[in-house]
Design a protein around this ligand. Structure first.
Ligand code: PLP
Length: 392
């Protein structure tokens, strides 16, 4: 097992230097990653131009994307990258089908609405993967004017892993383009673009890549992107314009997030040291198993069945015990140095705990022990939720 990931210092008040972020991002980063931001870069300096080119190449290599693809970085949080992706890559006279089983799928629909892209939605319950590939294929036959399909790989709303390979094959066989929001999976779950037939994929620096927040990117087929000039609805989110600028002189069109890019370059070194995406995937699974086993030991139940759980973030149902109160639970964990995340579900009261970031299973075991201590303080006897009446 590589020892490349130092556990962050334990304890400390919430928000302090020792805090472990068990959230969907921004995440706990390594000291070297943060230290890489400790210098200034001129945006037109050859050293920064080389840094940009190197990061683009490294991101393509992580996805095993060959010559057919390019990587276009985009300033902002992950949503900026998705908005650039859909607004620039879905033709103005195209029609997008969005597979929805959570908030990030719904956000794609909102992006299309604002950008004035004709779209429809294929929605499934939040605890169910999107329709089987066969149902998607049927929909594509029934609606021949659908030109593009979009889906979320890991729906961070619940932590569910959607069956990307099967869905991508169905879209490809139907001769349509596929755009993937791989925000919370890229760098943590292996993605092989030599085998996955998709047109574009969006992700950001601050999730499984364990960089700092402030930049996203879209990996996209050059043959499609090159035909997308003037397609975008926004100047700043024009992926084609951004790409054309970078290809012309290596420079960003507008102020680049210089420090964030330097941190991402350093974070990619750490990913290499860990054995690449496969090594990180294995560590995240260890974190996830330690979390789920430990919490089940305290009576908690996961929202999802194990078969569809991604090793990214886990949703737990709230305990039924009358002494339970999320805010108190949250505050007391933060005092012990652990930041968790509220749930994002309509029907069930829940909370979420992330498995991603620069920490290992021993930190997760300490989190479980801290949870046990907090429950005891609160007088909550068991993490067990009310018996579920939902059958989805
Ligand atoms: C985090 C995330 C995003 C982007 O969120 P930002 O807050 O804009 O960074 C988009 N899609 C998914 C699936 C995510 O997990």
């Amino acid at each position: 097992m590589p020892s490349a990931v130092p556990p962050p210092a334990e304890g400390g008040a919430g928000g302090g230097a020792g805090t472990v972020l068990l959230t969907p991002g921004p995440l706990t980063t390594r000291p070297e990653t943060r230290a890489a931001m400790d210098r200034d870069w001129g945006s037109r300096d050859p050293a920064f131009i080389e840094l940009t080119a190197r990061v683009r190449r490294r991101l393509l290599a992580l996805a095993n994307a060959g010559e057919a693809f390019t990587c276009v970085p985009m300033q902002g949080s992950g949503t900026f990258a998705v908005e650039a992706q859909l607004g620039s890559l879905v033709p103005r006279d195209g029609r997008l089908l969005i597979l929805v089983n959570g908030a990030y799928g719904r956000r794609m629909a909102e992006i299309c609405r604002r950008a004035g892209r004709v779209h429809s939605v294929l929605e499934t319950g939040e605890t169910e993967p999107p329709r089987r590939a066969a149902a998607l294929a049927e929909r594509l036959v029934a609606e021949p004017d659908i030109s593009d399909v979009a889906l979320v790989h890991c729906e961070t709303t619940t932590g569910i892993l959607n069956p990307l390979a099967d869905l991508a094959a169905a879209v490809s066989e139907a001769g349509r383009r596929l755009h993937v929001d791989a925000m919370s999976s890229f760098g943590g779950i292996p993605t092989d673009l030599a085998r996955l037939p998709l047109t574009s994929l969006a992700a950001s620096a601050n999730k499984c890549l364990e960089g700092a927040p402030g930049v996203g990117f879209v990996i996209v087929r050059v043959d499609h992107l090159s035909g997308c000039a003037d397609n975008a609805h926004a100047v700043s989110l024009d992926l084609h314009g951004q790409w054309a600028g970078l290809e012309a002189n290596g420079q960003w069109r507008f102020t680049p997030p210089t420090h964030i890019l330097a941190a991402l370059d350093r974070a990619l070194d750490a990913l290499d040291d860990e054995g690449g995406v496969a090594g990180r995937f294995a560590r995240y699974w260890e974190n996830c198993r330690t979390l789920v086993d430990g919490m089940r030991g305290l009576g908690f139940e996961t929202l999802l069945e194990d078969a569809v759980q991604a090793p990214i973030i886990v949703t737990f149902r709230a305990p039924a015990d009358p002494a339970w109160q999320f805010q108190t639970f949250y505050d007391r964990l933060a005092e012990r140095g652990f930041v968790i995340y509220p749930g994002k579900l309509a029907q069930v009261e829940s909370f979420r705990v992330g498995c991603i970031g620069a920490f290992r299973a021993d930190t997760m075991a300490r989190f479980v022990a801290a949870t046990e201590g907090v429950l005891r303080e609160m007088g909550v006897e068991s993490g067990a939720p009310a018996p579920s009446s939902s059958t989805d």
